[in-house]
Design a protein around this ligand. Structure first.
Ligand code: PRX
Length: 637
């Protein structure tokens, strides 16, 4: 039996974090190093903007690297493992310090100064992390773009952040095959209105890497020149910005989540202790990608700020076989691991011997986040790992660290399958009824909201658009500043939360957050598409898959089966080219009419319900019933 929430130590800590907010976060701030202590813990004079640790000066790179040199110079800081190129390399904190300073000097030589933006478009290699930390060291703002995004997406992010430098590589590798990057870099620079003046290329010797004279610089050559370089950590105001990370929302244009320096450092340091319960010197293995928020917080900054060893893994969970992750756990005595439910479902399809034949006893907890964790998967993986606790944690790019989670560093509460447990300290949660805007009772569905001020580590604003920040996140409940997560949830009588899915048009494919509007806009780039609707449809492996319903300008092209197949393929290829293969719809169906209300609103929920074999729901506002009949008919194909 789970203990009632209100009698636990965790509940007391949580209550204090809200009622004595500043005292609580002043204490947490003591675990990082400051160049100048903050004069004010929180400035909330301009709601809903919160400014944490005002007047304080610190540096993320100093906290992640330099401050550990005295006690841990020879401890592994970063272990790079690639099952794609069969490389494995350990960097101690002293090595990391050296590499980051070399990278920072190279960046300086290419014109990067404090406050400038640097775009990092790289595969999972150690140099990507050197580049992030080098930015932090110099006070430059990094914008890491996931390597799977196509040139037009990259160009849009270039134009929004206007970086002076882009750091990239000749290629990534996936499943033993090179995935060339350089032509995408060149094309994005061509498409962008404000391309970066310089591009720094890490040449792995995997793909053709033609260099553009005057713009492109070769990392290996510059590295030899700047091997023993020393660069101090720039003193940064806690309230300065550390990075921008783009994420999808309701509109087609991705939002640049802007993060601060001091609040983020404190929030991550606190989470490593209270949530991940990982000690300095222990090994943390996060299987995400640095292109996502989980990678930023728990491959790079969190474990390093904590003085732990972080594992950076390039490869798939099932190559060379499904035992690879557990082999890594055994070899490096990993204490805490962080992955996604989709990865767990992929492993579940494999022989469990791959897990049981390895000694995974060092692994205390496996954290899973990014999408709903279904009960059968949670049970299976927990049993296969023979006692490792499975911790479902719920959060967002915007928050930078878990919102709802067990906090075993504070108290070893029991977990319930299907629930990410409780609100983390610092988060003042509200569950609001969708139409009455009142708080709902136990087990009643509501919109999951956070009463501001948002705790340290959460987004400062949307890059370059304060207005969008306020309008997007704080307008779900009229007349009140409440941050909307855009997720529905319930809370049971014992305080355990259950996430029920998004309230907006965002879908979650294998833990990757995608906007259906973004995919629709990509499909519109196909010359024969007149109109399109994209919905997320339940998928046993990936959680959700995009499905498209398209109206063609010239429907004659899909009259034969071959023609239909060719058009479907061409639309999928358009998505690959415009957005990236991660957004490719699983199916594209052709209709001559989309279901809309009389006022012209697309009935996405109805299309989604039908695609999932459910009832379409209330259809009284439907303009032309034949549209739904068409959807039903094509779904049978
Ligand atoms: O819908 C929720 C889902 O993923 C969204 C956030 O995605 P992203 O910004 O990519 O950040 C991922 C950070 C882990 C949320 O709004 N989501 C995230 N975690 C969970 C989840 N849904 C259910 N259970 C979770 N544990």
């Amino acid at each position: 039996m789970a203990r009632p929430y209100d009698t636990t130590r965790l509940a007391q800590v949580h209550a204090r974090s809200i009622q004595e907010r500043e005292a609580f976060w002043a204490e947490q701030a003591k675990t990082i190093d400051w160049m100048k202590p903050p004069q004010q813990i929180l400035d909330y004079s301009k709601p809903p903007f919160s400014r944490w640790y005002v007047g304080g000066e610190t540096n993320l790179c100093y906290n992640a690297v330099d401050r550990h040199l005295a006690a841990r110079a020879n401890q592994p800081a970063l272990i790079y493992i690639s099952t794609e190129t069969n490389e494995e390399k350990t960097y101690t904190y002293a090595d990391l310090h050296r590499e980051v300073q070399t990278m920072a000097t190279i960046m300086q030589s290419l014109g990067v100064k404090k406050g400038d933006r640097v775009l990092i478009y790289m595969p999972m290699i150690a140099e990507a992390i050197f580049a992030m930390l080098a930015c932090a060291r110099l006070g430059a703002i990094h914008s890491v773009v996931f390597g799977g995004f196509a040139a037009p997406s990259l160009a849009a992010r270039i134009d929004d952040a206007t970086p002076v430098l882009m750091v990239s590589a000749d290629a990534g590798m996936r499943s033993g095959k090179e995935v060339p990057y350089k032509h995408l870099v060149d094309e994005a620079c061509r498409l962008a209105q404000k391309p970066p003046a310089k591009v720094l290329m890490v040449n792995r010797g995997l793909a053709q890497c033609g260099m553009v004279a005057g713009r492109d610089a070769d990392y290996a050559a510059l590295r030899t020149q700047h091997q023993a370089a020393q660069v101090p950590c720039a003193p940064m105001l806690a309230t300065d910005s550390s990075y921008i990370l783009y994420t999808s929302g309701t509109t087609g244009k991705p939002k640049g989540v802007q993060r601060d320096v001091g609040g983020y450092a404190v929030a991550l340091a606190a989470s490593m202790r209270h949530i991940f319960d990982c000690k300095p010197g222990e090994v943390f293995f996060c299987t995400s990608d640095i292109g996502w928020v989980v990678g930023h917080s728990y491959i790079v900054y969190g474990p390093l700020i904590n003085g732990s060893t972080t594992i950076v893994y390039e490869g798939l969970p099932i190559r060379p076989d499904a035992g690879i992750w557990w082999q890594i756990v055994e070899r490096y005595k990993v204490s805490a691991m962080f992955s996604s439910p989709t990865a767990a479902r992929v492993l579940k399809k494999q022989d469990p011997k791959y897990m049981t034949e390895r000694n995974t006893s060092s692994l205390r907890r496996l954290f899973l986040a990014g999408e709903p964790l279904d009960e059968p998967t949670a049970r299976w993986i927990s049993e296969a790992l023979g006692g490792t606790k499975i911790i479902d944690n719920y959060w967002q790019t915007e928050t930078g660290w878990p919102i709802l989670t067990a906090q075993h560093g504070i108290e070893d509460t029991e977990t319930k399958f299907g629930s990410p447990s409780f609100a983390a300290y610092g988060y003042d949660m509200r569950l609001i009824h969708e139409s009455t805007f009142e708080e709902v009772g136990a087990n009643e569905k509501g919109m999951l909201c956070i009463a501001p001020p948002l705790p340290p580590g959460c987004l400062q604003t949307v890059w370059g658009d304060d207005d969008r920040f306020v309008k997007t996140y704080f307008s779900a409940v009229p007349g009140k500043y409440l941050y909307s997560t855009f997720d529905y949830a319930t809370r049971d009588a014992e305080g355990y939360y259950f996430i029920l899915g998004r309230t907006d048009d965002v879908i979650n494919v294998a833990g990757h957050r995608l906007g259906t509007r973004e995919i629709e806009e990509a499909i519109q780039a196909h010359p024969n598409v007149a109109e399109v609707a994209v919905v997320g449809v339940a998928d046993a492996l990936k959680g959700q898959m995009p499905m498209a319903f398209a109206v063609l300008k010239n429907p004659a092209t899909v009259q034969t089966e071959e023609g239909r197949k060719a058009e479907e393929k061409a639309i999928m290829a358009t998505v690959d080219k415009e957005l990236g293969a991660i957004a490719r719809p699983g199916r594209v169906h052709f209709v001559t009419l989309l279901p809309k209300t009389r006022s012209g609103k697309l009935l996405r929920r109805a299309m989604q319900a039908l695609a999932e074999g459910k009832d379409a729901g209330d259809m009284t506002t439907l303009e032309d019933p034949s549209a739904l009949e068409q959807i039903k008919a094509v779904l049978k194909t």
